[in-house]
Ligand binder design. Structure first.
Ligand code: NAD
Length: 484
């Protein structure tokens, strides 16, 4: 049986206790994962703290950034290993993993190295009463040991989205992958050693969240900042832990995202984009659409085309070219998603398609499969219209006016992303201004330029990452005032 060990101070280390990694498509155990104890976490944070003042701390910027380019190149060289690990961890179709997770994950190291290289800081000349003046300039310095707490839904992409800027800014890191998806972090540790990243700069501790590895890490006094992606209630717990020692947090959390489809849209594009945003990664994308509002004249046609599209998505194994969708991540998550499927019906939804578990071949019947599901007929107050489900499902409602749909889509505790489908440029700009979210897509979804700000408003997040915005979190900005 494959063993996934924690990576502390440049070495893979054994653990006293182990837990199972189960593949979501057949329910089989594929690996044993070392569970990091409090003392393992302490060793990892201590190593990361020590590495701040070692060769990493004194390394010229160009050398550090070249090392991150080498990390990306080594990931590319081992592309198939990363793709296989990610497929085994999350069970999604190979084309998605090969076109999104792994290449974007590698790119995160290069993009942020380039950002750090090219961003300047401010400079002010100041008059003083003696006439000689003073100069002010700012410099950026690392915040220290960054705890990186990751979710399971796009494990490699979301982990590197934080590691890239954290390391480019000169911090050291202790990563806690999700207990569901430990495999790519272990591969990344091999990559760090292969390209010569100094010992202690990059550490991985595996385990669970509350009262376990995650909490040991976020409460460790030598952790200087915590960056987290995951559920909103976990983010709140982490924020409380960070209050001790007044450590900064960057929180990327849940969503209940709306797509708004106007009658003047390019219908083919709107259908293609909404099918993707509702069902990609089996609906387990924080930016995914669970509420769709369609202008009444095209409502019926839109629902019928979504139904046809959903019914063409065949569930299957990652490497099967016919596979349009993988399973959910775990039995526990499937139980949660199916409970929402039942709740939708109990609250009066019309099930347009799906609503249950698909028939699978005997070899796959132990996996966590669910049907892509579309509902109509619910009020905005229904449970499945308000709470994040994080499964392959959406509700489609008609609307009549722009004012109405703005109020309805904003009426939610989350504020992560929206997709607006219209060919009216003035309207799209108007909508972008009033939607209470961190990201608005017009006539697209999941199109990401990594230089742009990423994050959520309301209960979807605190802070922005991406491009220069990541520097705000991963560095201390220090002002130097020189009296002439
Ligand atoms: P989760 O909150 O259950 O777990 C995320 C991580 O936090 C895991 O590594 C977990 O072990 C750890 N954790 C849990 N409790 C902890 C604690 N008390 N202290 C320290 N660590 C703790 O989230 P998940 O189920 O892995 O991911 C799905 C969620 O993530 C969804 O809500 C989704 O919307 C959200 N998400 C948000 C974004 C975004 O960018 N906004 C991106 C992806 C996923």
């Amino acid at each position: 049986m494959k063993q996934i060990r924690n990576f502390i101070n440049g070495e893979f280390v054994d653990s006293a206790t182990w837990f199972d990694k189960i593949t979501p498509y057949d329910g089989k155990v594929v690996a044993r994962v070392g569970q990091a104890s409090q003392s393992d976490v302490d060793a990892a944070v201590t190593a990361a703290h020590g590495a701040l003042s070692g060769s990493w701390g004194t390394m010229p910027l160009t050398e550090r950034l070249a090392m991150l380019h080498a990390v990306a190149d080594e990931i590319d060289r081992r592309f198939d290993d990363f793709a296989a690990a990610e497929m085994s961890d999350i069970g999604q179709p190979a084309h998605f993993i090969r076109h999104v997770d792994v290449p974007r994950g590698a790119a995160n190291f290069k993009i942020f190295a380039d950002v750090v290289k090219n961003v300047s800081t401010e400079f002010f000349e100041m008059a003083t009463p003696d006439g000689r003046g003073a100069l002010n300039y700012a410099m950026r310095r690392p915040v220290g040991v960054v705890a990186v707490i990751c979710p399971w839904n796009l494990p490699f992409l979301l982990m590197t989205w934080k590691l890239g800027p954290a390391m480019a800014c000169g911090n050291t890191v202790v990563v806690k992958p999700s207990e569901e998806t430990p495999q790519t972090a272990a591969l990344l540790a091999e990559v760090m050693n292969a390209v010569g990243v100094p010992k202690g700069v990059f550490n991985v501790v595996n385990g669970f969240g509350p009262k376990d590895t995650g909490e040991f890490l976020t409460t460790h006094p030598k952790v200087g900042a915590i960056t987290f992606t995951g559920e909103t209630r976990t983010g709140a717990a982490i924020m409380k832990a960070a209050a001790d020692g007044a450590r900064p947090v960057s929180l990327e959390m849940g969503g209940k995202n709306a797509a708004i489809v106007f009658a003047d849209c390019d219908m083919d594009a709107a259908i293609e984009g909404t099918l993707r945003s509702a069902f990609a990664n089996c609906g387990q994308v924080c930016l995914g659409t669970e509420r769709v509002y369609v202008e009444r004249p095209i409502f019926e046609a839109f629902v019928q085309r979504m139904k046809r599209g959903a019914e063409l998505m065949k569930p299957g194994l990652p490497e099967d070219p016919a596979s349009g969708m993988g399973p959910l991540i775990s039995n526990e998550h499937r139980t949660k998603v199916l409970s929402y499927y039942r709740k939708a019906v109990a609250e009066g939804a019309t099930v347009v398609t799906g609503g249950g578990i698909p028939d699978m071949a005997p070899a796959l019947s132990g996996g966590w499969w669910v049907q892509p599901t579309i509902w109509t007929g619910l009020l905005d107050s229904a449970t499945v219209m308000r709470e994040e489900i994080f499964g392959p499902c959406c509700h489609i409602s008609p609307f009549d006016t722009e004012e109405e749909v703005i109020l309805r889509s904003n009426d939610n505790q989350y504020g992560l992303a929206s997709a607006v489908w219209t060919t009216n440029l003035a309207r799209s700009h108007r909508m972008a201004g009033v939607l209470e979210v961190g990201i608005v897509w017009i006539n697209s979804w999941f199109l990401r330029d990594l230089r742009t700000p990423f994050g959520g408003s309301k209960q979807s997040g605190i802070g922005r990452e991406g491009g220069v915005h990541s520097l705000e979190f991963y560095t201390e900005l220090k002002n130097v005032c020189i009296k002439l």
